[in-house]
Design a protein around this ligand. Structure first.
Ligand SMILES: [Zn+2]
Length: 105
């Protein structure tokens, strides 16, 4: 796998992001990476317990789909729709958390 490089907007140097996490507030972890050249931090996302639980549900459904027969369209479609819904809920909550914690929307 190719290493995905990021370009720092502050010092304009390339680096390979190494994701770290810390508690942003009660029950919410901030995932971020820092530029090794100048130390500027970039938040990749905020993850609450509800988001984690949905991520788990998504993983379980992906596994189920893998184990289903290719012809089992009905179940594949049902699980895919559930994954889509969970992912959309996560996206929405992540945006809300970012707005709440960073004061932007
Ligand atoms: Zn930098």
């Amino acid at each position: 796998m190719l290493e995905q490089k990021a370009n720092c907007v502050s010092c304009r140097q390339d680096f390979v992001p190494k994701i770290q996490s810390e508690w942003a507030t009660k029950g919410v972890r901030r995932h971020y990476f820092a530029c090794p050249h100048c130390g500027v931090q970039y938040t990749s996302r905020y993850v609450s317990r509800a988001i984690q639980s949905r991520q788990m549900k998504i993983r379980i459904r992906r596994k189920k789909i893998k184990n289903l027969a290719k012809g089992d369209i009905e179940n594949i479609e049902r699980l895919s729709a559930e994954i889509e819904k969970l992912a959309a809920e996560n996206k929405k909550e992540m945006q809300e958390l970012r707005g709440l914690l960073e004061g932007v929307s």
